[in-house]
Design a protein around this ligand. Structure first.
Ligand code: SF4
Length: 226
């Protein structure tokens, strides 16, 4: 916040990227996560299963899976092969079954879901993005910014980073956005990517069009007035 010469306080003008992100967070910040989990246990399992897999598919198979494995204790008592049947159709299901068994074993005896990026990413099958999703959904402090495939597509279009890999792009975002936005920024951009900035973007209805490099390049040239 800037201080005027006469002692009054002038509100700080937000940088453009912060302003654009506030618009997206206002629009999408309260949206429920697409994975329809009902407990921290279900959240962790569904996040692990959803890697490189459609969220809708995970929502479909989840009830059958959780009927057989209702908590970490049930998974800890099982062998990975016991999980195969209800997970058939999920990409890389055999490895994911192994990771879930290893996670259940690591979290025993208390089976409490850890609430730090470091502890979560120490679990098999959980990378930075998955850990940030879990922290956000459980209301813990953000230690990074969620970067999924939608974020990887949308952020370079807007012009906030030219990076094509999740790690470097997340670093750019963490440097340019204030910490207060970290928690919701990734999911807000992800929702924009799911609903509006799809592979074929609907720029005409986009709430951050005036900030977007891609849209400004696409804007039709004015006709010469004769
Ligand atoms: S203006 Fe178009 S390209 Fe830019 S973020 Fe919006 S939908 Fe995507």
């Amino acid at each position: 916040m800037a201080v005027k010469k006469n002692g009054g306080v002038r509100a700080r003008r937000k940088p453009a990227q912060e302003e654009a992100m506030d618009i997206l967070i206002k629009k999408y910040g309260k949206h429920a996560h697409p994975l329809e989990y009902k407990s921290p246990f279900e959240l962790v399992v569904m996040v692990v299963l959803s890697a490189q897999t459609n969220d809708a598919l995970i929502n479909r198979i989840a009830p059958q899976f959780f009927a057989r494995f209702p908590d970490f204790q049930a998974i800890a008592k099982s062998k990975p092969e016991d999980l195969f049947e209800p997970l058939k159709g999920v990409r890389n299901f055999a490895n994911k079954a192994r990771w879930l068994c290893a996670i259940a074993e690591k979290l025993s005896p208390g089976f409490a879901v850890p609430l730090s990026l470091e502890a979560l990413t120490a679990l098999p099958g959980i990378g930075r993005k998955s850990a940030s999703v879990i922290l956000r959904e459980l209301g813990a402090k953000a230690e990074g910014i969620i970067v999924d495939l939608h974020v990887l597509r949308v952020i370079p279009r807007i012009g906030l980073s030219s990076k094509t890999e999740a790690g470097p792009l997340e670093k750019d975002l963490m440097q340019m956005l204030p910490r207060r936005q970290w928690k919701d920024a990734g999911m807000a951009v992800s929702f924009l990517g799911r609903e509006i900035c799809r592979p074929k973007p609907a720029c005409d209805v986009c709430p951050v069009r005036s900030f977007c490099t891609f849209a400004s390049k696409r804007a039709p040239r004015r006709q010469k007035v004769l």
